[in-house]
Design a protein around this ligand. Structure first.
Ligand code: HEC
Length: 137
């Protein structure tokens, strides 16, 4: 084997890696600011179940009020689903909206003191949703 083809054999793969690296770098850059795991920008949320309340409930209440209920939470309703049509006839967030308002906004006893309280942005969004009759969309 001559030296030219040795160089070719070595340099071809490394240029492929360089191109791959550049492509990965470029796609990482274009993803910045919209990472899938990030919480949505509060200003882009709307006061509907699918527009923001579902994520809020799952993030702030779902650890205990999901399926199964955990940490002593009642198992007679779930807050990670919209209503009883999605929960085999058992209550969801819509049916418990009055209690959500009392516990999370009036008394502020939910989430419990062991957890981080709802941010003022979350409280405002939740209040708006409840004031509008807790719409799905
Ligand atoms: C760390 C676990 C935990 C989290 C997180 C949590 N809860 Fe609860 N929740 C409980 C427990 C335990 C009970 C039963 C004792 C009680 O009522 O205080 C309960 C009861 C409730 C009840 C039923 C009692 C009633 O007053 O009607 C509602 C409604 C409720 N929680 C709403 C919420 C909302 C809304 C959130 C999120 C903003 C939330 N919870 C987050 C543990 C939790």
């Amino acid at each position: 084997m001559d030296s030219i083809s040795l160089v070719m054999r070595r340099s071809y793969p490394s240029s492929v890696w360089l191109l791959l690296g550049l492509a990965l770098f470029a796609s990482a850059c274009s993803d910045m600011g919209s990472n899938p795991g990030d919480a949505p920008d509060p200003s882009e949320r709307s006061a509907t179940w699918i527009g923001g309340i579902e994520d809020l409930m799952i993030d702030q209440c779902g650890d205990c009020h999901g399926e199964p209920a955990k940490n002593g939470a009642p198992d007679t309703f779930r807050l990670d689903i919209y209503d009883s049509s999605e929960n085999d006839g058992n209550d969801g967030a819509f049916e418990r909206r009055d209690r959500i308002e009392v516990r999370a906004l009036n008394q502020k006893t939910m989430p419990p003191p062991s957890r981080t309280a709802l941010s003022s942005a979350d409280q405002a969004l939740l209040q708006e949703w409840l004031d509008n009759g807790a719409p799905r969309e």
